[in-house]
Write a protein that binds this ligand. Structure first.
Ligand SMILES: Nc1nc2c(ncn2[C@@H]2O[C@H](COP(=O)(O)OP(=O)(O)OP(=O)(O)O)[C@@H](O)[C@H]2O)c(=O)[nH]1
Ligand SMILES: [K+]
Ligand SMILES: [Mg+2]
Length: 378
């Protein structure tokens, strides 16, 4: 068998020759459309690199495991997208890690972690191989990529603003197929499986898309014969109900759609993209909007930075304590130490959550971003 890596090298050499043959140095602008022969070589290269991604033993044997990269920092963000949309370029821009970027597809063959430092927080950014249609069924490293996405706190779906609009829905379908629900809350349906007593099905408000018979049939399909169901959402669908039954295999993750390469689209189209929900636009090449995307990442992660202060000392602004939004002093205690709550007497709070500064508060007080907190123990 001919070595794929050698073949790839041959094509890369040929591309280099073609490029220097056809263009004088002054013509070498970034936005130049590739010539026909270059395009052919790029396609060939992508095909070969896709073979490198195929799991040994054929498609589908890649299994459900992600890449062997341990989680670190305060949160994990996965860069998911089709090949060559600029995932690696973005990682190299916002972290100190350099991930190889090139004009051919499947440049990245494994998960490359980088650390984004944001106001004292450390966010792990995972650059991943590009995925293609059929990824959920195990095409390429698709399964592995999707598993990595499943472990993240935020999916950053990187899209190429110059490519057709369907790319977004195609990717969403791939993630949906393995139980990832983007920007969705778990359905508001109560289900308790029991040992006996038959099915008890109730609706809090008259349902629009469901009835008792439909739920009964689904439950029977899943061999759940004894249970209690209360549908609290009048707009719940059968798919929502199945998600509740399959809740151990569902993951609700926030997603930010990021259109890259806006340097190559019209202003009108840019304006249209930027208005879509959960969407940001950027050009890594021209360094446009990149910092805004970083800020959106921080916002979507819904984290807060707190600073601690010892009695009589100045606050320690060198190291932030990272907690989820909607955290109380009790959550803060748990974050600092497992048993701190037991000796907790009161806390002093400076900042946006304090009615007057400082405010003396108890465990149930809700903190705000950039508050300074001093815990006083018994
Ligand atoms: N015009 C333009 N090109 C860009 C931009 N960002 C990245 N590129 C180019 O897009 C190509 C692909 O970039 P990569 O960072 O390798 O893309 P990727 O998504 O990591 O690709 P794979 O790892 O192969 O999936 C490279 O030639 C980049 O120089 C941008 O903002 N505008
Ligand atoms: K690439
Ligand atoms: Mg890459």
């Amino acid at each position: 068998m001919v070595n794929i890596t050698e073949k790839i090298k041959e094509i890369e050499d040929e591309m280099r020759r073609t490029q220097t043959d056809h263009h004088s140095p002054t013509e070498l602008t970034v936005h130049r459309a590739p010539s026909w022969s270059i395009e052919r070589l790029l396609r060939k290269l992508a095909r070969l690199r896709a073979q490198l991604l195929e799991p040994v033993g054929g498609a589908g044997s890649g299994g459900g495991a992600g890449f062997d990269v341990s989680k670190s920092g305060d949160a994990r963000v996965a860069l998911v997208g089709f090949p060559s949309v600029g995932k690696s370029t973005f990682l190299s821009k916002i972290t100190k890690t350099k991930s190889e970027a090139a004009s051919y597809s499947f440049t990245t063959l494994t998960a490359i972690p980088g650390v984004l430092e944001y106001g004292g927080a450390e966010i792990q950014i995972l650059d991943l191989p590009g995925i293609i249609e059929g990824a959920a069924e195990g095409k390429g490293r698709g399964r592995q990529v999707i598993s990595a996405a499943k472990t993240s706190d935020l999916v950053l779906m990187i899209l190429d603003a110059t490519k057709r609009a369907e790319q977004r829905a195609l990717l969403e379908n791939e993630l949906d197929a393995v139980g990832i629900r983007l920007n969705k809350e778990p359905p508001n349906i109560y289900l308790k499986i029991k040992k006996a007593g038959g099915m008890k099905i109730g609706f809090q408000t008259p349902p629009k898309y469901l009835d008792e018979k439909m739920l009964y049939n689904v439950l029977r399909d899943y061999k759940i014969l004894n249970c209690e169901v209360l549908v609290r959402d009048e707009f719940a669908t059968i798919d929502d109900f199945i998600d509740v039954i399959m809740k151990d295999h569902r993951k609700y993750i926030r997603c930010l759609y990021v259109y890259n390469k806006i340097d190559s689209i019209s202003l009108e189209f840019l304006d249209q993209l930027a208005r879509e929900p959960y969407t940001a636009v950027m050009s890594c090449e021209l360094d446009l909007g990149v910092q805004e995307v970083v800020e959106r990442i921080w916002k979507e992660l819904r984290l807060m930075r707190l600073y601690t202060k010892r009695k009589g000392d100045v606050p320690d602004f060198s190291e932030a304590l990272i907690v989820r939004q909607d955290s109380s002093i009790e959550d803060v205690c748990d974050q600092i130490h497992r048993t701190l709550k037991e000796t907790f007497k009161y806390a002093m709070v400076w900042g946006a959550s304090a009615r007057h500064v400082p405010q003396r508060v108890g465990l149930s007080h809700m903190v705000a971003d950039e508050d300074v907190v001093s815990i006083v123990a018994k």
